[in-house]
Design a protein around this ligand. Structure first.
Ligand SMILES: [Zn+2]
Length: 544
């Protein structure tokens, strides 16, 4: 699953990343099939409508942030197993760290780090990312690690980061939709890279194109209109990137002047994913999407389809020559061979799961191995890396370039990325406007674990994880890696990635509340076990 959260990664590598991801996609498909089966048992896919009233009587979508994306009920996640020792992995402590990390993103939104603050996150190239790295480095120091530093990274000259500064998508009212049909702002709309509107505003008629497959498009004239396409991600949006891109190409070829992606995910969230899907192209959250689909249906029935129009306002900016920092902590062992542990610090929106949880676990591992009782034989390098989401800033690659002595002595890399989000299933309940809700259960979302060199020694250690630590690893051994691992190409050693692919990824729904405290503890303890076992093993077993 290469490139998992590099939304803006170069197109040239996209096909390769998607191909390499298939092993994980398989596991997620199984989950999604179960999801669709239960989602079909009641309610048709349409917002409830009264006979008359504004907007054909279709219930209006909720305001942004009016309700959480998913329901987290009072039943907690199942506790950790008895194998748990060491207060540095206590779930409550790690969750407090995730809260701190989320706080860096929220503060950036409040101080309007980007434009008017509609877009926020820990964004490499901006203070929100560097502040997070400084915090991680401070935690390494407080853990008693003496060799701690930050290292500067300058964005590659050929690369740039596109960010929206302010925007608004407004459905225009028309008395043909019923008296009192005033304009409706789709608050979950989020522009997608590299959308630009000359003059900053445009108005056009909408046309629904469903899945935008060739069989559908042959019947639809999209010329001069904004095409509204439906996207049903299986797991996270990453898995739809290839399909969205190729459909967008076809829509543009047929003359569409913009694209709305109705992203059928839990809640009514802003989602930062997909690129080059039409200009301008916007992602629209689940409940806004249901409203829009229902209105387009009713308008078609009423012979008023050509009256459904939207106004789009957009200001965006392309950033170049950005600067960021990596955070590095090194525990020197008796041996100069090195185990490298990595978590990227950047994230879109609150980014509690991508990658607040991974960074919190990295810090917990630093606290663990800094204790004299746990002192490793080998050297361990902890890397809080920047640039996972910012093209041209590559934390791992910069680390390798800046620390050749450590890089050339590496025996293994572990990438810790999206590791403790709770698992969500469709709820029995529908929201007031007719959208299927999602609810947490007592476990965590499945975690894919890939080992690049398929070392039997490493795979066996991972196989034992679920029984011993209760981690929810998918049952398939694989060699998959995340985009983060691409930057580590300079290390010719076993690379291990642990990663979830849950539906809230890259959305505003990925908040602190969806992180499982016992889940943080489970994966933290498992990784401590893995690293300790590797520390004691001969190099040939790790890299046969
Ligand atoms: Zn990530």
């Amino acid at each position: 699953m290469v490139g998992a959260c590099r939304a803006n990664a170069a197109l040239a590598t996209k096909a390769g990343r998607i191909a390499a991801m298939r092993s994980v996609a398989t596991a997620v498909v199984v989950l999604s099939l179960a999801v669709s089966a239960s989602a079909q048992d009641d309610a048709p896919r349409a917002a409830p409508a009264k006979k008359d009233g504004p907007w054909f009587g279709v219930a209006l979508p909720p305001k942004a942030g009016a309700a959480p994306a998913v329901k987290v009920g009072p039943r907690p996640p199942r506790p950790t197993t008895a194998d748990a020792t060491g207060p540095e992995f206590a779930g409550a402590l790690l969750k407090t760290d995730v809260e701190t990390i989320v706080g860096f993103a929220r503060a950036a939104g409040q101080r309007k780090e980007i434009g008017n603050g509609q877009m926020w996150g820990r964004i490499s190239g901006f203070p929100s990312s560097s502040t997070t790295v400084e915090w991680a480095v401070d935690q390494f120091r407080k853990a008693g690690i003496a060799d701690v530093k930050t290292q500067e990274i300058t964005q590659d000259e050929k690369s740039s980061l596109w960010l929206p500064l302010s925007w608004k998508v407004t459905l225009l009212g028309d008395q043909a939709f019923g008296p009192g049909s005033n304009e409706v702002v789709l608050e979950s709309a989020l522009p997608v890279s590299p959308s630009v509107i000359q003059g900053g505003t445009m108005t056009a008629t909408l046309v629904y194109v469903g899945a935008a497959s060739p069989a559908v498009l042959q019947h639809i004239d999209v010329k001069g209109k904004i095409a509204v396409q439906l996207i049903v991600p299986q797991g996270h949006m990453l898995f739809e990137r290839g399909a969205v891109d190729s459909r967008a190409e076809e829509l543009l070829k047929r003359g569409a002047i913009g694209v709305f992606n109705l992203v059928r995910l839990p809640g009514n969230e802003l989602s930062r994913d997909f690129s080059n899907c039409g200009n301008p192209c916007f992602n629209i959250g689940g409940r806004d999407g249901l409203f829009l689909e229902s209105v387009l249906d009713r308008a078609a029935q009423a012979g008023a389809a050509d009256k459904v129009r939207a106004r789009i306002d957009l200001q965006a900016q392309t950033y170049r020559s950005l600067k960021a920092i990596n955070g590095v902590g090194v525990i020197r062992g008796a041996s100069d061979e090195v185990i490298v542990l990595n978590a990227h610090v950047d994230g879109w929106f609150d980014g509690a799961g991508d990658n607040g949880d991974g960074l919190a676990v990295l810090v917990a591992l630093a606290r663990h191995f800094a204790k004299p009782a746990n002192k490793p034989q080998r050297t361990i390098a902890f890397v809080a890396s920047a640039g996972h989401h910012t093209p041209g800033i590559n934390g791992p690659r910069s680390f390798v370039a800046a620390n050749p002595d450590l890089a050339k002595k590496a025996v293994m890399l572990v990438n810790i990325e999206h590791v403790a989000q709770r698992n969500f299933s469709p709820a029995r309940t529908m929201s007031a406007d007719g959208y299927r809700e999602a609810v947490a259960d007592s476990g965590e979302a499945p975690i894919a674990v890939g080992v690049t060199n398929n070392s039997p020694f490493l795979q066996e250690l991972i196989d034992g994880g679920p029984a011993r630590f209760g981690v929810n690893f998918i049952s398939e051994r694989s060699t998959f890696q995340s985009g983060e691992t691409g930057g580590w190409a300079g290390l010719n050693v076993a690379k291990v990635s642990v990663m979830q692919a849950p539906p809230l990824y890259h959305t505003t729904g990925e908040v602190l509340d969806v992180i499982s405290a016992p889940g943080l503890e489970r994966i933290g303890r498992f990784l401590a076990f893995l690293v300790s076992a590797v520390d004691k093993a001969p190099r040939e077993r790790i890299n046969p």
